[in-house]
Design a protein around this ligand. Structure first.
Ligand SMILES: [Fe+2]
Length: 288
């Protein structure tokens, strides 16, 4: 009988938390607490897909671990009105679209004209983030695509909705910190069946790409040298979009979790974005 050894990957050095991946699944150990795990099924996600009839064998597209912390750190998060969450996104395709989070935007902070930002860190795999301008009266809204590797951080700026896409063949694990006490808004992306662009793996179109004007090839973001993927414009939007591929600027080196516990005041921008406008300026967050 052949013994198959299951590979265990330890993510503690990257995440600052005792997290392992075993057999493609996330394991959090006992001295870490979190809320009951939430799942995103295909049935819930289909309203946000290019092809709502897409099929997959995976029971869940992704798992959401909310309010993750060492028990000793509970008060730090409570006092600073923040939550550290982990999302584990499976790899795979839904028809030709890569598995993604359904996407949402955050509301405006009451009595301000600034919406709540969020900070993400990739703790396993590689993410492709799509940030889409929501709160702007301009006819052409901006969309940013950002490839973020393991250990890198990215801030979702105020005014933007966001989708996280797994274009790789590995489990994508993201950590994020956001202010507590606001509700994410899923309506706009649901109404339009997703964000402004779908990230697809359409090899047939690639070999034939001169004919396809509405598609944009994005080889420079390609995580696999052997494969390509395409951006397909979502036809359900009436307004125009301007697309830019940007890179994340280095924010800090230490794991997000440790940085927050060490100096939670540094994360005041999450609760009071109106006081941190220059820090949250696009040119400060992205390399264009
Ligand atoms: Fe968010």
């Amino acid at each position: 009988m052949k013994i198959v050894k299951l590979k265990i990957e330890n993510l503690s050095a990257v995440s600052g938390l005792p997290i392992n991946i075993k057999d493609g699944k996330l394991l959090l150990v006992k001295n870490v607490s979190f809320l009951p795990v939430q799942t995103r099924t295909l049935g819930e996600a289909k309203f946000f897909l290019k092809n709502p009839n897409a099929k997959t064998k995976a029971k869940n597209l992704y798992l959401m671990y909310r309010g993750v912390h060492f028990k000793k750190d509970a008060l730090v998060f409570k006092k600073n009105n923040c939550s550290y969450d982990i999302t584990a996104i499976n790899s795979g395709l839904l028809d030709k679209e890569y598995i993604k989070t359904i996407g949402h935007h955050h509301p405006l902070k009451p009595k301000t004209n600034v919406s709540f930002p969020e900070i993400y860190e990739v703790i396993h795999g590689q993410a492709l983030f799509l940030f889409q301008e929501i709160f702007s009266k301009s006819k052409s809204k901006r969309v940013f695509l950002i490839k973020v590797g393991q250990g890198e951080k990215i801030i979702v700026p105020p005014g933007f909705g966001h989708v996280s896409i797994n274009t790789t063949n590995k489990l994508l694990v993201l950590a994020n910190i956001q202010a507590t006490g606001f509700k994410s808004d899923y309506k706009l992306f649901k109404k339009h069946r997703g964000a402004a662009y779908y990230i697809t793996n359409n090899r047939q179109l690639i070999t034939n790409n001169k004919k396809i004007k509405e598609n944009i090839r994005i080889n420079q973001l390609n995580p696999h040298k052997s494969a390509s993927f395409l951006l397909k414009k979502n036809p359900n939007y009436k307004n125009k979009f301007s697309l830019k591929i940007v890179k994340p600027k280095k924010i800090f080196k230490t794991p997000l979790y440790q940085a927050f516990i060490k100096n939670p005041k540094k994360f005041d921008f999450l609760n009071n974005p109106e006081k941190h406008k220059s820090f949250l300026a696009l040119k400060n967050l992205f390399k264009f």
